[in-house]
Design a protein around this ligand. Structure first.
Ligand code: AMP
Ligand code: MG
Length: 440
């Protein structure tokens, strides 16, 4: 162990110090692979466009229309025949606003006032911007705006206009029948704008997973409630429900289920009716009153809701974890440890990738970058340690707080996790480390 105030810890994990050796331990990667093994994107649901923001298409989208749907003007000006231009005076035969349905015929020696986005009238093959004309003022001077339309007005076109100038051709952007977005595309503002432009009011995306987030512990009170002796505020259900929503899920928060297996089983039964995923915190360690274990291990006399395997991971924090499937639909349940930092890191490492798989995301993991650590680190042998850190734009990372898994104050000031490999017990300042970026 590094001497002095190195960040990190060689102590056995805070959650279950003194636990007897388990028959099998799992690496972080093995547990993650097990959690993701049967995971698949949820089926498609047709939603209104704005509800599709941040979600992924389940199918290719084909345009049913051309864009633009008709030839239209890209400028405020005069629709005319290119062959008529040079310095010339043209008789104005009409005024075409955007949305106009009835269009004047533009014959030789004529022009029609036309606004941006208005249909190009029959006979015209170009548009002269108003600045290339006198705007119908009769002065022969270049105009900077249009005057009100005057019946029988004449416009002076001051310079030649090429055929096709300032006309946005039908289908020049999108051609009807072509695929405009492919399955799996993440829908952001520009993609939603395109869908609206081609006339789609709804779109098929993966259904958001409904995640039930339960915190367990008879010591928990809800924030705002008076805190009696020995009680603490339930923070996990808020952090984890928020993390589930941030990952793209719908989250239901069930705060403070007491350490009573019968109550927990009843709550789980209720949630199984509609949840795609259940996440619990607390009660998975090796103490007495470890309610999630007691409720879900048939061994403990509980009604068998399904098989949840309680296991030890070679990581710190977050050593005790449970994973299994409940009920007839095999709803996945991840039982996270209770310490707030352990619970949150476990969520980031295991639950978030599962949610993102259900959402059809190709990139289910947080990005990992290499950074130079500014402080000495120590880490327990045989366990991958995740320390909280702040990632600098200069490619450095600085630990925030210590290794203990109750340090919610430091967690709130971290933006990344420093991952120290299983076989590393000490790292001097200046070493390169892997950093898991937590920012969206
Ligand atoms: P457990 O895993 O249930 O033994 O809990 C480990 C530690 O985490 C204990 O100090 C608990 O009081 C604390 N803890 C458990 N659940 C929560 C929660 N929802 N919010 C804050 N702290 C919790
Ligand atoms: Mg507990």
């Amino acid at each position: 162990m590094t001497a002095g105030p190195a960040h990190g810890s060689n102590d056995p994990c805070c959650e279950d110090a003194g636990a007897p050796a388990a028959p099998r331990t799992w690496t972080v990667d093995e547990h993650l692979a097990d959690v993701l093994a049967a995971a698949a994107p949820l089926p498609a649901v047709e939603v209104d466009l704005l509800d599709a923001l941040g979600r992924r298409l389940t199918a290719d989208v084909t345009a049913a229309v051309d864009l633009p749907p008709f030839d239209n003007s890209s400028m405020d000006g005069y629709a005319l025949r290119a062959a008529d231009t040079a310095p010339v005076a043209l008789a104005v035969v009409g005024d075409i606003a955007a949305g106009a349905a009835e269009l004047p015929e533009v014959g030789p020696g004529r022009a029609a006032r036309i606004m941006t986005g208005a249909p190009v009238p029959p006979g015209a093959d170009a548009v002269a911007p108003v600045e290339w004309t006198d705007g119908g003022s009769g002065t022969g001077e270049a105009a900077d705006a249009m005057t009100a339309a005057v019946a029988g007005e004449t416009v002076q076109v001051l310079r030649p206009v090429a055929a096709g100038a300032h006309i946005r051709r039908r289908g020049s952007d999108i051609t009807a029948g072509t695929t405009v977005l492919t399955a799996g595309t993440l829908l952001g503002p520009a993609q939603l704008g395109l869908l609206a432009a081609i006339g789609r009011a709804t779109v098929a995306v993966h259904r958001r997973p409904r995640v039930a987030v339960l915190s367990t512990g008879s010591e928990l009170v809800q924030p705002g409630e008076p805190i009696g002796p020995g009680r603490i505020s339930d923070s996990n259900s808020f952090a984890l429900a928020a993390a589930a929503r941030a990952a793209g899920a719908e989250a239901v928060r069930i705060g403070g289920v007491p350490d009573d297996p019968a109550v927990l089983r009843r709550v789980l039964q209720e949630q199984l009716a509609h949840a795609d995923l259940i996440v619990t915190s607390g009660g998975v360690s090796v103490g007495a009153y470890d309610v999630v274990k007691e409720a879900l291990q048939p061994l403990h006399g509980g009604e068998d809701l399904g098989g949840v395997d309680f296991r030890r991971l070679r990581m710190q924090p977050g050593k005790p974890q449970g994973f299994g499937r409940l009920g007839k639909d095999g709803v996945p349940l991840l039982a996270l440890p209770g310490n707030p930092v352990s619970a949150y890191i476990s969520f980031e490492l295991f639950v978030r990738p599962l949610i993102r798989t259900m959402l059809g995301a190709p990139d289910v993991h947080r990005p990992v970058v290499s950074a130079v650590c500014t402080a000495d680190l120590s880490s327990p042998a045989g366990r991958r340690q995740f320390l909280r850190g702040r990632y600098g734009t200069d490619g450095t990372v600085t630990p925030v707080g210590g290794a203990s898994s109750h340090l919610v104050g430091a967690l709130a000031h971290a933006d990344c996790l420093i991952a120290v490999p299983e076989d590393t017990t000490a790292l001097p300042a200046g070493s390169r480390v892997d950093v898991v970026l937590l920012t969206d």
